[in-house]
Write a protein that binds this ligand. Structure first.
Ligand code: ADP
Ligand code: NA
Length: 332
């Protein structure tokens, strides 16, 4: 059996959003101090599967580190580091490129979405992305991974790689990692389109709330969020065919740590003219301290770099023996 260890990561491919906060960062912080060791990573090697301007990337790595800490990830309690500083990730990913099958990669919906009609012309790394993600997780023999719903299929592929490796080499070397997809904010949707998830890579800034948005911007984006014109029901059952309304209620509930039903009980019969200002208020109240702490951290980039360097040393101490053992099993 494997000792309980939680791993997760976020790409520094743009400014982090309310979706990243509610679906990932807030939960990363909450999982600290439990039975499982927590290992959190800024996955810059994933980000470069699509073009990143080098200076911009350097800055976004620090911003992501600041966001983790501002959201409550404590770099003493957790291991917090940047992926490219721990070479075991890239090396393990290569080993997994020989375990995973090409067909598994072509089936990934995120690859299909990101490649679009251009599948012959995207980077090879974009196709192999899930093998690197499996390497991130399994290089720590992580037993659980908190993620949003969009990562479910990639997590299944990680489990497939672990199982195939264990089977092919006749070992019980990798755990079959459990996805932790929990709570009401596992899929925060775009504010402009109830069928798309909120994403840092959406071209429309109005579609998302950024962790760096100020109070006025947050209020304005919520005021302009797409909704229907009906009053709110007393329970979530009544929101079945109203994805935009459901999304705003879920965001409210996740921000205030209530159930959606508890939120609706207060707003039953009211319209968005009343609900949206209330949502803006709780959003600003939750986000303002995070934005402020991010700014404080970012005022001292050298300190961020030092924190990440120390995190990388701690990560390396866990990862390297597991990588060495993996190579040994393979005859390398
Ligand atoms: P993005 O899609 O914003 O680039 P990442 O791929 O870096 O985000 O994902 C980082 C983490 O944030 C993952 O666990 C992912 O599932 C989670 N996440 C991303 N977008 C959302 C969202 N809209 N709702 C909930 N969780 C999300
Ligand atoms: Na994503």
């Amino acid at each position: 059996s494997f000792r309980p260890r939680i791993f997760s990561g976020i790409q520094p491919s743009g400014g982090l959003t309310l979706g990243n906060y509610l679906g990932a960062l807030k939960r990363f912080a909450a999982l600290q101090g439990g039975e499982a060791e927590t290992v959190y990573c800024i996955v810059d090697l994933h980000a470069i599967t699509v073009w990143q301007d080098p200076e911009g990337l350097r800055q976004r790595i620090r911003e992501a580190a600041a966001a983790f800490m501002a959201a409550g990830v404590d770099p003493e309690q957790s291991v917090l580091f940047n992926q490219s500083q721990v070479s075991a990730h890239a090396e393990m990913a290569w080993l997994f490129n020989t375990v995973a099958r090409v067909g598994w990669m072509y089936r990934m919906t995120q690859f299909k979405d990101k490649a679009g009609k251009n599948a012959e012309n995207v980077s090879l790394g974009l196709l192999a992305y899930p093998a690197l993600m499996a390497a991130d997780i399994l290089t720590y023999q992580a037993t659980a991974v908190p993620v949003g719903e969009d990562q479910k299929q990639h997590l299944e592929l990680t489990r497939d790689i672990a199982a195939k490796f264990n089977h092919d080499y006749g070992v019980n070397h990798f755990p079959i990692t459990e996805p932790l997809i929990e709570g009401v904010a596992t899929r925060v949707m775009s504010l402009r389109d109830g069928s798309k998830k909120m994403s840092k890579s959406d071209p429309s800034d109005a579609s998302r709330i950024n962790l760096t948005d100020d109070a006025d911007t947050i209020a304005q984006k919520i005021r302009k969020a797409r909704t229907d014109a009906d009053p709110l029901p007393g329970q979530v059952d009544g929101l079945k065919d109203r994805p935009e309304a459901r999304n705003l209620v879920n965001i409210f509930a996740a921000l205030t740590d209530e159930t959606p039903d508890a939120v609706l009980a207060r707003f039953e019969g009211q319209g968005f003219g009343a609900f949206k200002p209330a949502l803006a208020e709780v959003a600003v109240e939750a986000m303002a301290p995070i934005t402020r702490r991010m700014t404080e951290y970012l005022a001292d980039p050298a300190q961020i770099d030092a924190i990440l360097a120390r995190g990388a040393d701690r990560a390396d101490a866990i990862a390297t023996p597991i990588l060495d053992r993996t190579k040994d099993i393979m005859g390398l």
